[in-house]
Ligand binder design. Structure first.
Ligand code: 2AM
Length: 173
């Protein structure tokens, strides 16, 4: 069994573009722990524990998705109280992102996985263990990213470090 999730896949250059926002977030909440830059991602559907048969069926189904690339404008920092994270997020969820998330949710549910979140809240976690007010919301200089890939990721402890490893890539056209 592996701990898996579907996520938008950022390029290395895009992950670098997120770093000034991470610095800004950390300056607002100094005790928080930065997410490693190569782990920066935007979750589409969290699966949890998945066996190899389920994984293959999820990959086969995800390969059938034919959707447009996502243009995403990130414009504010905010936090979740549980888990205690600081994140960067869009005020407007693009249709292309919603369609992708909804199609993935349908196929994951068809394979027996349930959505553990009440509602989909797209966000990029910048820092964990953040002690901040749940009402915290800070506008930032908007950053627009063009994202043309999503991936099935494994969350694993490797060499004593939490790493998100893209196992399968899927292209958005
Ligand atoms: P993330 O912050 O690294 O994306 C399981 O709950 C995982 O799903 C969390 O670790 C979080 O990972 C992500 N998540 C939490 N709440 C969410 C929400 N409302 N919508 C989408 N992803 C969420």
């Amino acid at each position: 069994m592996q701990r898996l999730f579907f996520s938008l896949k950022f390029s290395n250059a895009q992950q670098q573009q997120l770093l000034p926002y991470q610095q800004q977030a950390l300056s607002l909440c100094p005790g928080a722990k930065a997410v490693d830059h190569d782990n920066l991602h935007l979750t589409l559907f969290f699966l949890g524990q998945v066996n190899t048969t389920q994984q293959q069926r999820l990959v086969d189904a995800a390969q059938q998705i034919k959707l447009a690339a996502v243009s995403l404008t990130l414009d504010h920092l905010a936090c979740f109280a549980r888990p205690k994270i600081l994140y960067l997020a869009p005020s407007v969820i693009p249709d292309a992102l919603l369609q992708l998330q909804q199609q993935l949710a349908v196929l994951c549910k068809a394979e027996g996985f349930s959505d553990i979140h009440d509602s989909y809240r797209p966000h990029i976690t910048l820092a964990r263990h953040a002690v901040c007010d749940a009402a915290f919301k800070q506008p930032v200089a908007p950053l627009t990213l063009q994202i043309s890939e999503f991936a099935l990721y494994q969350s694993a402890q490797l060499d004593g470090r939490l790493q998100y490893l893209p196992l399968y890539h899927f292209i958005l056209i």
